[in-house]
Design a protein around this ligand. Structure first.
Ligand code: G3H
Ligand code: 13P
Ligand code: ZN
Length: 324
């Protein structure tokens, strides 16, 4: 089958009480690791490309790598999605290039501007006279955290009173909300957390009550969670034991993401955990083999670790195994 949009994927995920993983892709090893894991576990998957990824790898390379992955798993539902599109023009360029889904992120702008630009992207994306129906994700509320291209210092939870008006006026296909997740590997400060008996930071819980309130206002509508990496402490430990320095990295506990997936959350975004897996593998590799200088050796290890991260997400967090 060709690349798919997220319409059918999200309907099945909503009805089945699971979520589809949306993993950020930046290079060949990451594309291969994600699609091998999803293919072997028969899980639908979303491969997403950020503005930073486009700048690093060149969008055309990423598109062709995703299409090559699809050739290896022709029966797997794979969506190619623009992550955090910041303008109509960028969304249009991706749609014209064959992306099957786009995000327009105007959440940092005033509400009426968010409505207007999202509506305009939906109008173009849904016009099937020019291309197949492309699904659109937008965002209400802002996440805390810092990434290369995505930066909001403070979070504002999504206001449930706005969601029905927003989805009706824009025609958007899914909605990203802010309920306490955050981008990056340092999602909370030490001061925002408590510590468990082993000294590990425990973050404040997600606001499932806000999610439930949103579900009541827009029943059946697919919800998206950004900033949903769990920052596995075993990878942080490998990094720190092999020359890295990532003190107090902290993520979202997996059981809370699992609970969100049983609710209306149909898409869970994961990037930082892939980066941690890749970095842990490479640091470990160089420590154990200081004489190696063939990228296939250490990037090969990176690919194995990233695949293990994705397998774990599909089976233990998303619940999307055997849903393809
Ligand atoms: O949410 C942002 C993603 O993790 C992408 O990050 O802008 O560094 O590619 P990036
Ligand atoms: P993480 O930084 O938690 O992996 O979030 C990724 C994300 O939201 C991509 O849009
Ligand atoms: Zn994001």
């Amino acid at each position: 089958m060709p690349l798919v949009n997220t319409k059918e994927m999200f309907k099945k995920a909503y009805d089945g009480g699971y979520a589809v993983g949306a993993f950020n892709v930046n290079n060949m090893e990451i594309v291969q690791a994600i699609t091998e894991a999803a293919g072997e576990l028969h899980s639908p998957v979303i491969l997403q490309v950020s503005k930073g990824a486009r700048a690093y790898a060149n969008s055309k390379f990423l598109i062709h790598m995703v299409k090559a992955a699809l050739e290896n798993y022709p029966d797997l539902p794979i969506a190619l999605h623009l992550d955090h599109g910041d303008s109509f023009e960028l969304c249009k360029a991706c749609i014209d290039d064959g992306f099957t889904s786009v995000m327009i992120d105007y959440s940092g702008h005033p509400y009426e501007e968010n409505v207007e630009v999202t509506r305009k992207v939906c109008e173009y994306a849904h016009d099937t006279s020019k291309h197949p129906y492309v699904t659109v994700e937008a965002e209400l509320g802002t996440l805390a955290g810092v990434e290369d291209e995505v930066s909001h210092e403070h979070s504002t939870y999504t206001d449930p009173d706005q969601v029905q008006d927003f989805v009706t006026r824009t025609g958007v296909d899914s909605l990203a909300i802010a309920i306490g997740t955050s981008h990056g590997a340092y999602k909370f400060t030490k001061e925002q957390c408590t510590r468990n008996k082993d000294g590990i930071l425990v973050p404040p819980p997600l606001r499932i009550d806000i999610l439930e309130e949103i579900e009541k206002r827009i029943p059946g509508f697919p919800i998206v969670l950004h900033g949903s990496s769990s920052v596995p402490q075993e990878y942080v430990a490998i990094i720190n034991q092999h020359g890295g320095k990532m003190p107090d990295a902290v993520g979202i506990p997996e059981e809370q993401l699992r609970e969100a997936a049983r609710h209306a959350v149909c898409k869970i975004n994961i990037d930082s955990d892939l980066r941690l897996g890749m970095t842990a593998a490479i640091r470990l590799h160089f420590d154990e083999h200081p004489d190696h200088f063939d990228p296939r050796q250490y990037l090969g290890d990176g690919r194995k670790y990233v695949k293990a991260v994705v397998e774990h997400k599909i089976t233990e967090v998303l619940g999307s195994k055997d849903k393809a």
